[in-house]
Design a protein around this ligand. Structure first.
Ligand SMILES: [Zn+2]
Ligand SMILES: [Zn+2]
Length: 910
């Protein structure tokens, strides 16, 4: 065995160990959960639910307000939990199926330790949809996974001295058990765990492909550095410019060589293809357009004036309004523009002022509100030359100019730009008008034109005070002046994007090691594909100090160069975790081990039919994963241009109007809710309390209400399920009593309402409200029967259909209760998941109408079509509103109106 073989077989046994460990963790947690549920059942004085339900006849139950809480979800849910747990292929998909495919994905969670209500809402939406599509006969793929690399694991390691992997795998086990308890129908055979080598080795493989195609490169870039920790800080660890662990230590900016992915190569396509995403929320499409930030404009070089400056240096400004260049009265630089240091090198006072500008800008960026920064600037007392008119303009440094937009330098034209105007007013910088509103009949040359109100920014204007360009229109001038700049060698027309290349280097431990090697002789050498994965070493001490944790592990760092065999060292940076989430949904389709996924299988499932997640991912994840898809398409691995056909973004869950957080003490734990009300009620409430795309403010009373509603459904079926009665499946008579017809209509209306909602806006809150109304009518019908003591006016077969459809309609939302009721109706529970979704009969949803006669003083004066179930008062109003009747009543006084139900209205007049 060569050394290399040995290390590889070690690594594969490592992987097997890890997989075993995960499986054991999950088993343990599920076992604990079973014990908990038994304890709850005992506390409530219930016998073993399995025994109870095996008996077949549920405990007797009579209706009445006093019994509103009689349905106990715990034993029922535990019974079904056990059955579903025993059938791992229950939610499996079948790519060989001839049914139509449906791929629904909810964004995978970060395994922080426990699900929060936002997760429960997200997965309840996705699960309802998956179940609905199963019932509609689709071949459904509904997987789940773990976005399990990232900083919190390292922070936890520092705090608790617990290795990140152990912490993470434990959290996964917990959350997986929670998901199972909530009854989410995931195909766990497709589970993806991004922190395991069988996944991240493909991140490394993709990185090699990116490198091969020139799409991964290294360049110097600034990072946050804490001089106390002696390490790089993530942005979220550098709060307001201070270290998160050393609150009085200012974070410095250091330049480090880092890896970048050339996402800008795809900027134009990422922008154009937003047009293909018609079924994404418009707000997300807009945010993506803004993020990509395409602007057409020009680059113009302003030379540095004077003998002091670095000779021949120039400042390249980007402008979208080259037509206003004669109005430029200063050049403004981003505080981090590289030339700034040179310009003010000998002036410590200016230097410290620029430091302040940097800090202000960083603060505003962290708040995500750079647009409303209080604008400050510093005059460098240096000048640049406008190449169009040879004029000398002062150079300023300003806190609102961003280094990562355009060139980090602008020409400031106060007369024709809002921001420039505000800034110039503040600092007394000159303002010069160079464009005027276009006036058709009165060209600007004719006499003294009127000054426009400043800043005047309209695009439809005419140039003045601009030398040979006077009289041109803006559009014309932009083309001609850019061409002139290019011909003269000091500029050109250009397109710039706000989006920057994706910096993926992280000086962190808990991430995918970047598979590169540095050799003294050969420079940067990629790890050969056959040597993947580069395993993340265990037993690395995480202190949060003294640089990258991997750099302190000699066994990891020291390596032989794959090219020359000499001593070399490994890259110790790990990848941004957005790499992990850029392609995980492809891996779901076929978690195989000799490639990232099986292309043929992926081509069957893609695009994702429905992607569901938080609106906070509108950019970043949803841009990176779109880029990754295009990159994989160009590698020939997939056929789609876009990963997801439809996107749904759910609203946030709050409590008392505030985001749930430990510090506010307003966190509602899913575990507590499930323990109090059961999984069905918890899920149903997250769907019922608000339209899913809007915010939901949690109300404990609301969950209680939902749990009472489930109790009402349960008790109704308990009383009315008579599957052994011969009439249960006898044909429904054609003639129904009005009461029976009313219920039949309500049933069809309710089915229609939910079916329409699934196809439309997903306002499940109204769907569920419709089911509640339906149940209310069922109760009312029962009540009227009882009070009259008459024999049931509802044929048993109709009552059977009503109950079956009621259960089918609840199945996507409250699967536990639905399964229980399904067996109570004499059906086979194993058929419910894929039982056809009920169909409504459009004709039966309509209210019956009847014709009645309208008499005045006993003479027929008209006929009226009214709803069969209209009340006497409604009929009277309709009769009086009839045009013919109105005419006949003209000038007469109504003495009395007599309504004979279903027949006529007699109006007595004087
Ligand atoms: Zn520090
Ligand atoms: Zn070498």
């Amino acid at each position: 065995m060569t050394d290399k073989d040995k290390s590889r077989s070690e690594s594969s046994s490592d992987i097997a160990d890890i997989v075993r460990e995960v499986a054991n963790n999950v088993k343990e947690v599920v076992e604990e959960m079973r014990e908990d549920m038994k304890a709850v059942a005992q506390e409530l004085g219930l016998s073993d639910p399995a025994v109870r339900s095996a008996g077949g006849s549920p405990v007797s139950d009579t209706p009445g307000p006093a019994d509103d809480n009689r349905y106990n979800p715990h034993p029922v849910e535990m019974k079904w939990f056990e059955r579903w747990e025993a059938d791992p292929s229950l939610y499996a998909s079948d790519p060989a199926s001839d049914k139509k495919k449906y791929y629904v994905v909810e964004m995978l969670p970060y395994p922080s330790g426990a699900l929060h209500m936002g997760h429960v809402r997200n997965y309840s939406i996705g699960d309802a949809l998956a179940r609905y599509m199963w019932m509609n006969g689709y071949n459904v793929l509904h997987p789940m996974g773990w976005d399990s690399f990232g900083l919190p694991a390292e922070n936890a390691a520092i705090k608790n001295r617990r290795p990140p992997r152990e912490w993470t795998l434990n959290n996964i086990a917990n959350m997986k058990a929670q998901m199972k308890r909530l009854g989410f129908g995931y195909d766990w055979a497709k589970e993806v765990t991004t922190c395991l080598p069988d996944y991240y080795r493909w991140n490394q493989w993709f990185f090699l492909k990116l490198y091969e195609k020139g799409l991964a490169y290294r360049k110097k870039s600034k990072v946050n550095w804490c001089p106390e920790c002696q390490t790089v800080l993530a942005n979220e660890q550098a709060k307001n410019g201070f270290c998160w662990r050393h609150e009085t230590t200012r974070v410095e900016q250091r330049e480090l060589e880092q890896w970048f992915v050339r996402i800008t190569n795809y900027a134009e396509e990422l922008l154009q293809d937003i047009d293909q995403l018609g079924e994404w929320p418009e707000s997300v499409r807009k945010q993506q357009r803004d993020w990509i930030g395409r602007s057409e404009g020009a680059l113009v070089d302003f030379k540095l004036e004077g003998q002091h400056g670095p000779a021949g240096e120039k400042i390249s400004v980007f402008t979208t309004r080259i037509d206003t260049i004669y109005g430029a009265t200063s050049v403004q630089l981003a505080p981090e523009h590289p030339i700034v240091t040179d310009l003010i090198a000998n002036n410590p006072e200016l230097l410290s002022k620029v430091e302040d500008l940097i800090a202000e800008q960083r603060g505003a960026k962290e708040k995500g509100d750079i647009g409303s920064i209080d604008k400050h600037g510093v005059d460098t007392r240096r000048f640049a030359i406008n190449p169009f008119n040879g004029e000398k303009v002062p150079i300023w440094v300003a806190n609102y100019i961003l280094m990562d937009y355009g060139t980090g330098a602008i020409m400031s034209v106060p007369a024709h730009d809002d921001r420039d105007y505000e800034f110039a007013k503040k600092y007394g910088i000159d303002t010069r008008v160079v464009i005027l509103p276009r006036r058709e009949q009165e060209p600007p040359e004719a006499g003294q034109p009127e000054e426009p109100v400043l800043p005047f920014t309209a695009e439809d204007s005419i140039l003045i005070n601009s030398g040979e360009w006077n009289g041109l229109s803006t559009v014309d001038a932009q083309l001609k002046m850019a061409a002139y700049a290019e011909k003269s060698g000091f500029g050109k027309g250009t397109i710039t994007y706000r989006i920057k290349d994706w910096g993926i280097s992280r000086q962190r431990y808990w991430g995918t090691p970047i598979p590169m090697i540095f050799c003294q002789k050969d420079g940067v050498v990629p790890v050969p594909e056959k040597d993947l994965p580069v395993l993340l070493p265990d037993n690395v001490e995480i202190t949060g100090e003294s640089g990258s944790p991997l750099a302190r592990v000699p066994e990891f760092v020291n390596v032989k160069c794959p090219k020359c065999g000499g001593n070399a060292r490994r890259e110790t940076d790990t990848m941004d975790t957005f790499v992990d989430s850029s392609w995980y949904f492809y891996r779901y389709t076929s978690p195989v081990n000799d490639k990232p996924f099986d292309s043929e299988v992926a081509n069957y499932w893609f695009p994702i039919d429905q992607y569901i997640g938080g609106a906070e991912h509108a950019v970043l994840h949803l841009i990176y994963s779109r880029f990754w898809t295009k990159f994989m398409r160009d590698l020939g691995m997939v056929k789609v241009d876009e990963p997801a056909k439809r996107l749904f973004t759910q609203g946030m869950v709050t409590k008392d109007g505030a985001k749930m957080s430990k510090s506010l003490g307003n966190v509602v734990s899913p575990d507590d809710m499930v323990a109090s009300y059961g999984a069905d009620a918890t899920r149903l409430y997250t769907l019922f309390a608000a339209p899913p795309d809007q915010g939901l403010d949690w109300q404990d009373k609301g969950v209680e209400g939902i749990s009472r509603f489930l109790g009402r459904v349960y008790r109704f079926v308990l009383r009315n399920a008579k599957p052994t009665d011969p009439a249960w499946d006898a044909p429904v008579p054609a003639e129904l009593s009005p009461a029976a017809r009313g219920l039949q209509r309500k049933m069809h209306q309710t089915i229609k309402r939910i079916t329409d909602d699934f196809a439309g806006r997903w306002h499940f809150n109204t769907s569920i409200a419709a089911v509640m109304e339906f149940v209310n009518e069922l109760y009312a019908a029962e009540g009227s029967e009882r009070s009259t003591g008459a024999p049931p006016a509802i044929p048993l077969k109709l009552l059977a259909d009503i109950q079956r459809n009621l259960v089918l309609m609840l199945a996507p939302f409250a699967p536990y209760l639905a399964h229980e009721l399904w067996t109570m109706l004499g059906e086979d529970a194993s058929t419910l998941l894929r039982h056809p979704w009920p169909k409504y009969d459009a004709a039966l949803t309509k209210v019956d109408e009847i014709e009645i006669v309208v008499q005045i003083n006993g003479k027929i004066r008209g006929r009226l079509v009214v709803p069969a179930n209209a009340t006497d008062d409604q009929v009277k109003q309709l009769a009086l509103a009839d045009e013919k009747v109105k005419a006949a009543l003209e000038g007469k006084q109504i003495v009395k109106v007599i309504v004979v139900k279903g027949k006529l209205v007699n109006i007595v007049v004087r």
